[in-house]
Design a protein around this ligand. Structure first.
Ligand SMILES: Cc1cc2nc3c(=O)[nH]c(=O)nc-3n(C[C@H](O)[C@H](O)[C@H](O)COP(=O)(O)OP(=O)(O)OC[C@H]3O[C@@H](n4cnc5c(N)ncnc54)[C@H](O)[C@@H]3O)c2cc1C
Length: 390
């Protein structure tokens, strides 16, 4: 049995950030990190962005191994035994801990059909890169973060792409309708065939070729099919050990997961945010880094509440944005454009209070947006236009 003062299950960005948090306070305590992936922790955002534009692969590594941590790679933890404070991986190897972090992230949602590539890991990136060497035509399913970024990446390397999704427009679950419909045209201008309001009903595969059937009756022929349909949080370990789970591992303000020595952080964690006054589960880099770090520090004896309101960002060809809070187009939306759909600020309100801010090709305003979200209001369209520089 391997014994650790600190044991981390999950080798993603939050797992790595936790090791860094631990080391800020405890340079010597033994740290073990068990990850189902066969490679050490790396940054995921470049997999759908920089790597396609020539950024070197070496830059993705987070160099966790330099922090005096034992990495157990290619190992999936299957059992969490809270009474004996130990976990067991799929090979039967047992690891004991004083403090445990569940940083298990999420697993891509899948279609019932076979043969589709779901884009989450470095392995997935390498597979798609290989497919893109061999193939010419691609179908991307899903108009959210992953689908819109992978489409741009494939176009960037000269491939022909059809993009299909359920909503009316690209990013339709985040952006106001006008912006989302503009993005359909923007993608089309870059050569993408955009098929909105479509669901996939069948995938046929013969040799290396795909024929995908959409519910409209339309058939799409492709050399590769990639889907970005969101993730489902990996909560099985927590729930089987009797820890609270509610579409995510539920933590308190110190990121404790229902047990004094068990913590959770990252995409799979549901936490309370005092600014929004709501429980959130956030699937973004800033949260993985900040929450992982706080969890690590608290594992090492700090008692710090996690009050950070994470921001997120994405790139869509040469447009880009940063955002904080709830981006839900069903809220009251106030749009303040410098140039329509090219540069501006979008405010999302509920009950006279700002719940979310989208900074569209507007940079350096995340702090000011956070402050606005903390204000009790009431706010209205007249008062908000021009409030943040656009
Ligand atoms: C292609 C891509 C692009 C992205 N771009 C952006 C972006 O531009 N901006 C942004 O804000 N965010 C972006 N994100 C999201 C961001 O990368 C995630 O929020 C972050 O990676 C989450 O880290 P995590 O450690 O919580 O979870 P994960 O990255 O899911 O890591 C979880 C780890 O736990 C391991 N694991 C799970 N269960 C077990 C088990 N039982 N035993 C052992 N190991 C286990 C997994 O194998 C994995 O290594 C992107 C994500 C992807 C996939």
């Amino acid at each position: 049995m391997d014994k650790y003062r600190y044991l981390i299950v999950g080798g993603g960005m939050s797992g790595d950030a936790a090791v860094r948090g631990i080391r800020e306070l405890d340079p010597d305590g033994t740290v073990g990190l068990v990850s189902a992936e066969r490679v050490p922790p790396y940054n995921r955002p470049p997999l759908s962005k920089g790597l396609w534009k020539g950024a070197p692969l070496e830059r993705v590594w987070r160099r966790t191994e330099e922090l005096g941590v034992s990495l157990h790679l290619g190992r999936t933890v299957q059992v969490l035994d809270l009474r004996h404070k130990q976990v067991t991986d799929h090979t039967g190897q047992v690891y004991s801990f004083d403090r445990l972090l569940l940083a298990t992230g999420g697993t891509p949602r899948q279609l019932p059909q076979d043969g589709v590539l779901y884009f989450r890991t470095l392995d997935d990136y390498q597979q798609l890169r290989q497919l893109a060497e061999e193939g010419r035509r691609f179908l991307v399913i899903g108009g959210g973060f992953i689908g819109s970024e992978i489409t741009a990446a494939l176009v960037h390397v000269g491939r022909s792409v059809t993009l299909t999704f359920l909503e009316e427009g690209v990013g339709g679950r985040l952006f106001p309708r006008g912006l989302s419909l503009f993005l359909n045209d923007y993608y089309r201008e870059r050569g993408v065939e955009v098929l909105p309001e479509q669901s996939v009903v069948g995938v046929e595969r013969a040799g290396g070729q795909f024929r995908v059937h959409l519910q409209s009756g339309r058939r799409v022929e492709a050399d590769g099919v990639v889907a970005g349909l969101g993730i489902r949080p990996n909560t099985e370990l927590a729930s089987s050990a009797g820890l609270p789970v509610e579409d995510g591992i539920v933590v308190d303000e110190f990121l404790r997961a229902g047990h004094p020595d068990v913590f959770a952080a990252g995409d799979g964690t549901r936490f309370f945010n005092p600014v929004l006054g709501a429980r959130l589960r956030v699937e973004h880099e800033d949260n993985a880094n900040a929450q992982g770090r706080t969890a690590g520090r608290n594992m090492a004896g700090a008692q710090e509440a996690y009050t950070h309101l994470p921001f997120f960002y994405s790139d869509l060809f040469d447009l880009g944005y940063e955002a904080v809070g709830e981006l839900d187009p069903r809220l009251e939306v106030v749009e303040d454009w410098q140039e329509p759909y090219r540069q501006g600020v979008v405010y999302y309100l509920r009950g006279g209070r700002v719940r979310g801010v989208l900074l569209w090709n507007v940079w350096g305003q995340v702090g000011a947006a956070r402050q606005l979200l903390a204000e009790p209001g009431p706010h209205d369209a007249g008062g908000l236009r021009g409030r943040l520089p656009r």
